[in-house]
Design a protein around this ligand. Sequence first.
Ligand code: ADP
Ligand code: MG
Length: 488
Amino acid sequence: MAVADFLLRRFAGEVAGGTDRSGSGKSGVVVVDAGDAEILVRSGCGFVGDGLELRFRAGLPAQGRRVMGRAAARLLTEDLPRAARAVQWSRLDGERVRQWVELVEDHEHLQGQLAGRGLVAFVRDGAVLPRASGVSSAPLRGAVELRSPPSLRVTLPTLHHGEVSGMGVPVGVTLVTGGGFHGKTTLLEAIQRGIHPHVPGDGREWVVTSPDAVALRSEDGRSVVGVDLRAFISDLPGGRDTRGFTSPDASGSTSLAAAIMEGLEGGATALLLDEDRCATNLLIRDARMQQLVARETITPLIDRVQQLHADAGVSTVLVVGGSGDYLEVADTVLLMEDYRVHEVTARAREVAAGHPTGRAVLPPRGAIVPSPRRPRLRSFDPRRGQRAKVRARGLRELQLGEQTIDLGALEQLVDDGQARTIGALLEWLFEHGREGGTVRELAEQALAAADERGLYALGRLPDLVGVRRYELMAAIDRLRSLRLLEAR
Ligand code: ADP
Ligand code: MG
């Protein structure tokens, strides 16, 4: 993966400078889908037998609908072959390739150590987390480098870089607190993306997160189909059941409860949440509201978060500056101040003891166990009229047949190509999915097929990018056409 990623970037760089773009429309335009900050599996480059295949789109040089023969011949027989020669081994900087490979291997090596060390994530001392701007993936210049508080510092062995030291984010319930603009969200977002390796020079090369950490948010208006929400929502007016909750237009709180249960259905071992993006009423309810409102249907996360870890083994990292009630239920409290991380768990306990909230801590009602759902395969129908129509628009929207799936809440999608891959996998499931499988089993089946034959085999598209089970499942969860087989 690392070598392919490197070669594809090299080829893209070569193509960008070396082709003639005269003419009109896509004339002469060569599009190579190389990556940005993350190093990911891509269909644009594959090792086939003893050889290497580079895959890309090229517009033949043309004026209107007339191909310009000479220019086309030059593109096909001179420019592209020249660009392709740039990835021949003899022309590469071997040290740089080695650097790429060693970073990817060590990222994976560290990921493999997290669970055994009781960690959800690791951020090496010296990491640069903020980006230059909201639309740039480049590191912010002059940023404050991350330094672990002494109490959280861990030292881990790597394969190629000796021992590395930095902040270990422990399993359990971790709060990231601090004043506005002190870097809380920046830390959480870096952790969200630490599921993937990053390119040398990115600043986040040594942010390493459990591959089963899932970032979730509220999503007013989303579709929810047949999710068991009883752990968070029950006793609805009119006796409506929340065992298999369905809504075409879920609220902020309901959508977050659904996202948590769907995450558990997928096998998530850590939830990453930012209060900025989460409905308050699913996060907390204070003493006064407990007094005033007798018939509450929501059990907020604050009453479940410890149970999530104790019973289901699921950790939570929660950015929260607004509600001190959470101090009581946290195992670890981080305080961000001027972009510096302090560990203040003991102090937080003192504050909590000194300022009792008077909240009644509700005893856990029932286990938090997701009920697996079994989709009907026709839910994945990609047809619009006679023909399949599957098209991603950027990262946020995926058209599948008649419907548009909103991917905007999938925080950990990082590359447009991943949205295209989700589309291709849904289409594959319509054809080849095993009827009767659960959402998770279907996602695993599709990903195993893509893994075995390569992403390119999915639809001979040059711009597909690897996705996790969690993102594929999240897209299935949001299908407005999702229908389930009757519970057995
Ligand atoms: P919060 O979530 O605490 O309100 P943010 O993470 O949104 O804070 O950060 C606020 C601003 O500070 C952002 O513009 C971000 O780029 C910048 N910032 C974050 N971390 C650092 C850092 N380590 N060094 C310099 N600037 C940073
Ligand atoms: Mg924030």
